[in-house]
Design a protein around this ligand. Sequence first.
Ligand code: SF4
Ligand code: SF4
Ligand code: SF4
Ligand code: FES
Length: 451
Amino acid sequence: MLMGEKTIIVNGKKYKTTEKYLLQALEKLGFDIPHLCSHPDLEPIATCRLCVVEVNGRIRTSCNTIVEEKMNVITDSEELIEMRRHNLELILSNHPLDCDYCYRNMHCELQRLAEKITNKTRYSGKQRKREKDESSIAILKDFDKCILCGRCIQICEKQTVNVFDYVNRGFETIVGTAFDLPLSQTPCVSCGQCVLHCPTAALIEKDETQPVLKAINNPDKFVIAQIAPAVRVTIGEELGLKPGVILTKKLVSALKRLGFDRVFDTSLGADLTIMEEAAELVSRLEQSKSLPMFTSCCPAWVSFVEEFYPEFIQNLSTTKSPHEILGAIIKTYYAEKNNIDPKNIVVVSIMPCTAKKEEARRTELKVNNLEVVDHVITTRELGKLLREFGVEIEKLEDSDFDDLMSASSAGQIFGTTGGVMEAALRTANYFITGKNDYEKIDYKEVRGLKG
Ligand code: SF4
Ligand code: SF4
Ligand code: SF4
Ligand code: FES
């Protein structure tokens, strides 16, 4: 018997489980129980009431019910099915249901459930109506599409930023900010975690695909894409392909098909960031100044330090992040070498993270008074573009990146958690010892989520 293993009876049959919560146990055992507010990263708060089951003769929400020995569970009675349908219809009755034009169309948990359980509602009445909050550079909040599940509240709390909470009461309840401030005036660091966890289109990344297409269609503009290492893996999943497949070369072909003039690898920018960060680390070590040094590659992390721990700003590396470095090279060295007016170059960074959108607008990162990255689109926005233009990535031929300079393996470990500091340490080790012994030294302490 496994540690913590319990026997439960589901629809008359005995099963064993080690899960803490009933919903997770049922899912692992192959029972498909509808749910909207629960999420594996979060503690259950049971707001949607869709996951109801019968436990020992009483109706309970399975997401927050702790598994007990010999629990008798029914998942599929007529009463339960009607109850779930009723609860979903109540949610839908206060929802715009303009799925056909919605940013999340086909990628929405509420829409998926509605298709499964019921796509109409018996209830009608007043609907919550509120202006969208478009104030943030990175994130758009559409209150009308919010189902009050509370996931964003909890995930932002985990980030220790605490931007959202329930405000007002009864029908007037919304998930809002303190003093009803627009997102841009809150301490939000644009990390995008709330967007990732939102089950509907109530929180989405600010869509920059239209200005990108406009630039591509403008014959006077020379449009360059640069791709972050992580995107070449995650784009497959976004497009419904098998997770983990690396699509680097097909992605280059796909971007060329969309009309980009050049496609560069952000790994080159990563190489330069590493060299610069390593040199900075060596210099700080020599002077025993502003140590420990923190990497500055993640703009959400930089904003977090600025907002909550300003006393550590001096510990942040002053080096630009890889896509900003590459953008600067493109608008200076590359523009000059190819005789292109940098004002006519449009650099589009394809990044895994919404915070890069805000970083690109930072005035202190301008070079010769020009923003070096004009637009940042996320993996999800790229997926939307590829779908819109009917580009079937898996059917495309392989293409190589356009050549600016070649990138090292140190640059390519940027995509892993802790990868930036590990790459900088490898390089600093080379600067200090003169030895390229990175195969012998494994910098595990800075890698992964516990580093
Ligand atoms: S959020 Fe989902 S359910 Fe709502 S309109 Fe958009 S796709 Fe449809
Ligand atoms: S982007 Fe991050 S910091 Fe901003 S509200 Fe969402 S979770 Fe909180
Ligand atoms: S904004 Fe999204 S995650 Fe937050 S409560 Fe509304 S639906 Fe849930
Ligand atoms: S998933 Fe259980 S109440 Fe929402």
